[in-house]
Design a protein around this ligand. Sequence first.
Ligand code: HGY
Ligand code: MN
Ligand code: MN
Length: 400
Amino acid sequence: MSSANQLLAEICGVGTDPVRGGYSRHLFAPAERELREWFTAAARARGLRVDTDRNANLWAWFGAPGADAVVTGSHLDSVPGGGAYDGPLGVVCALAAFELLRAEGFSPRRPLAIVVFAEEEGGRFGVPCLGSRLSTGTLAPERALALRDTDGVTLAEVARAAGHDPAWFGRDVETMGRIGAFVELHVEQGKGLIHRDAPIAVGSGIIAHGRWRFSFTGQGNHAGTTLLRDRCDPMLPAAELVTAVRRLAATVPQARATVGRLVPVPGGTNVIAARVDLWLDARVPAPGSTRALVAEITERAEAVAEQEGCTVEVREESYEGAADFDPALRDRLAGLLGDAPILATGAGHDAAVLAPFVPTAMLFVRNPSGISHAPEEYAEPDDIDHGTTALARVLRELAG
Ligand code: HGY
Ligand code: MN
Ligand code: MN
């Protein structure tokens, strides 16, 4: 078994979710902290120097840290009930690629590092790419530190408990200033590579995407004593909005709009909810269309809320415009990898956050299931090996 597959096997039991299936590995929770320790040990065992930056991102350096570094890596956190490959694949292939380079006596002309970004999924605090956004200054530390998880605990409290000083969180000019190029390897999260019958693709860009919270407020009441005509039940407009999201998105080419999370408060079987919160994930390729679709959905939300005597509050929790990866780097890597296919993606990545600041590229490894953010997410061991050798070739080319 190759090093990348072996490394994946080492963590296959960390953060398994007995209720949802798959993995739930969230920032600073026990499973994620175990993965941080695992990564640190695996990197040190490969002769890498490991640092943690001010936003709790992990860095493993091939030699001494320095400017104009070629950086690869990804994330180790997951969505709730996520797959085994989204994030970790980029990390294990990076460790395995460094091992290959070390074994061949490679001496890089530029500094070389692996980064593990914190909370890429936003699975605990709701805002994706927390670590990379803080470091690039695209997310204010005050807002990030005040974010609360479902238990009402803030990022500041959780970070402190994990040994990180919240006062340090924020733009990290020194660390980000060292990056000369960033290449993230990631499992393909759709059917892009199944149709092309190729194990590896080079990313072209990421479509715009955002997350919005809709809070419908009505009147909590008794399920048995409250006649229908006397109700202001927020579950009704919430339910109507879920189907309206699909109906409205279906009118926009290539739109994706999802309600994957809906929480009634207080959530009793014999209780008419006082409030229902639901979260919309919307992504549309055409410029400006994501927010245009959300505006239509918001209009519908207000109308259905009023019909039921409820109110609705809509809050944008995160938004990332479309990212185009560096075309010269994209084409150079595609050529280097035997004219690998070039693939756009609808999945967000830290690479999108870095793309406006440094030349950025992505490599995708085939996922024969075409499923992601679910336990069925998969990559064949041979394709994982292709990913490792492709990444090693890219790093040799860029840092050699
Ligand atoms: O949501 C996404 O697209 C990414 O997996 N964070
Ligand atoms: Mn993901
Ligand atoms: Mn990911």
